[in-house]
Structure formats: structure tokens, C-alpha cells
Design a protein around this ligand. Sequence first.
Ligand code: GLU
Ligand code: MG
Length: 451
Amino acid sequence: MDQQERTRRAAAARQATGELAAKDVTGVAVTWIDTSGVTRVKAVPLSRLEHAAAWGIGMSPVFDAFLLDDSIVSGRFAGGPVGDLRLHPDLDRLAVLTALPGWAWAPADRYDQEGDPHPLDARGLATREADRLAAEGMAVKAAFEVEWAVSVGGGDDFTPACAGPAYGMTRLTERSGYLRDVLQALSAAGVGVEQIHPEYAAGQYEVSVAAEDAVGAADTFVLVRETIRAVSQNHDLRATFSPKVLAGGVGNGAHVHLSLWRDGANLMAGGEGRYGLTSAGEGFTAGILSRLPALLAVGAPSVVSYLRLVPSHWAGAYACWGLENREAALRFFTGSVGNRSQAANLEVKCFDAAANPYLAIAALMAAGRAGLAEDGTLPEPVDVDPVSRDDVTPLPSSLGAAVEAFEADAALREALGEAVIDTVAVVRRGEIALFDGMEPEEIAARTRWKH
Ligand code: GLU
Ligand code: MG
């Protein structure tokens, strides 16, 4: 954060302030996501936005070591009471939250008081990974699919807000005003919604949004969730994005769609490889596939994630890839004839919304980049339900196993840095201890309203 960047951010803030005032905005919520996937916030009145953009808003670094119940662990790189960070709102991503009248939102970049990026700032890590790919002439386009479940009433129990059949028109009709308001608020926030539908579980819906650059996709994921949460509240409903709302039900995923681009061409299509993959597209995909157990430590990062990540729930619980295979952790998607050069992409199904999306996308890019460097090749795709195959391995069935794989992965360590590896491991182990000995229903109940 040099003087030039401070000046640039201040100028952007001056311009934004006038526009926001004309839209009756009074305050700006500046969010970042902690290691546990919880969205934390500091807010400023509009009159203070310019100062915040240039000089940041003070915030303790201790939040990197928060668990989802707000208790704090202490690691080598995070967890103490000393120190301060500056949260700089990125006004290039400013959005008006029409469902929260008077409020706008911007994601924070976290810097220290010397003006250096905070090594544990996940948005900064995602930016750095995107820059590394750019240095190799490549870029990722990404989108997070948002699944959520809506409960009636304000209590902590979950009572589904609609009762009709899965994917049933009844469920749209039952909550048509709510879903209309979700669409309106997302559109007003500048989110490109592609579709919205009732999902499998009672009270569950899903929204798909347009692909964009990697950091933008993570920002959008945060904005979509906070918008849905606000609209839900306005309808006296409560939204949960938890990976497993009820221990016995179907979970909420946060599938990540990824494609790799070079010189305007989608490297997931038009090549000589299987299903049209180019060798770069294959290497990138292979880098992710071979590191899935490690990647779960950031993509399925909560104890509750492993209640969701089970066979026969379309959660992608198997370490394999396959064309349009909804039980494979990596579902490859070519799109339809005529549109493949645009549409082909890889869907990482095993990730959920307890993930810090910036950390998740940074780790996926790092794994893909390692696959490119290794000239990685893919094994045979799996084109049946993997449950029927003895030679397909399930993904780790516990958070502890995923953390061990994460700590052991040299490429992720190199890309993300020692501070990130250590802090993620310490926080995950803290949550494993927190939930130790609890029954699935209690784990689900205690996680239900956190993300
Ligand atoms: N709800 C499923 C999950 O937990 C995904 C369903 C789907 O394929 O959209 O990931
Ligand atoms: Mg879905």
C-alpha cells in the first residue's frame, strides 16, 4: 500500500461517496472472512469512507485464530492480543445492499501498519495466486454455486420454509415473493444471476451466478450470501448456508466452477485430450485432482463438512473425475455442441460454504498451477456411480485426515506460505477439539447459523 495506491483508493472513495449519498446510503460494511469461514465486519459512516479507503480501518489480527464459536486458539502466527491491521475497502467491488436499506458493502484487503499485505489475508493470497497464473499468461474464470436452506421463525431449530417436492414448482410458488426479492436485491448489487431453483432438501434453494475472475468470484460469493441473509430476514425467515443443516438431511454445497484461459481461449475445450481438454487444461485439473485430500482442509473446512461429504448425496465424496458425474469430486462439464469453447469447465463439488472462498480459490489455483508445472495427466474418468467401483478412493472422511494431507503438501505450502499452513492447521485442530465426542445432530445444530 504505497502512497500512489492510497491516493488511487481515496479518489475512488470520493467518487463513490457522492454516488452512494444519492442512493441514501449511510454506512458501508467492510467484510473479510476468517480462517473458519465466518464473515466478520467493520463498518464506517459514509463520511469516513475516503479515510478508510486510503488509511484502512483498524482491526486486530487475532481473528485469524478465531473458531466458529468465537473462541480463540493460539498458533505460531496468529492468536495473540497484540498488533493491529488496516482493513482497506476495495471500492472496485462496492455494492449497494438494497435489502439492508442505508447500507453498502465492500470487501476488505488487510494490510499492516507498514503498508505491507498481511500474510494471512486470504483475499490477498487469492490475488497473488491469480497474478502468478497471469505471469504464465493464464487466467482462471470461476463461480461459486450457492445452496442455502430457509427456516421459518427466528429460533435456532430448523423448520423448513417450504414443503413441496424437491425441485418442485410448489416451492417456488410457496415463496415466490421471497425469491423475487432475492433476485431483485442481487440484481441491484450487480450480481449476474444465471438461475435460481428449489433444491433437494426441504426449504433448500440454489442460485447460480456468472463466472468471473477468481477474486471476483469469491467476492460475489460473499455478497450473494449476505444479500440472501438480509432478504430472508426481511421476510421473517432465517437462511443457513451450513454444509449440513440437519444431520440426517441433504447438505448445502458451495461447488466451485473453474476454467483456465489463455489468450482469450478456454483451455478446458478445443484440445486433443479427453472430452476436448487441452494439455494445459488437463495439467491444471490433474493438479487439483491429485491434491483433493489436502484441498479439503480449506474447501470442506469444518467438522460438519464431513457429515455432508458422504456417498449418494451428490456432494462429490470420491477422489475421481468424470463427465457430468455428480458423485465425483470433480465433475467435468463440456457444455453443449456449439457452445463448448465458452462453457467447458470443471466443477469442484466437494467444497462447501464453511470455506473461506478466497482461501479456497487461492488453494485451487495453487494446486492447478502445480499440476501445470508437473505436466500432470489425468487418470481414466469415472462414468458410473463410484460407489460401485472398488478402485475409486473415497475422499478423507474426517477433517483431521484432510489437515494432515494439507500440512504434507509441498506445493500448497510453497504457494500459500508457512503462516497460512500453520494457522489453518491450528484452527482446524481447535474445531476438532471443540466438537470432540458430539453426536452429529449436535454438531449440525452448533454450526447451523455460523456461515
Ligand atoms: N446439495 C448437494 C451438495 O451437498 C449438491 C446437489 C447438486 O448437485 O446440486 O453438494
Ligand atoms: Mg445444487
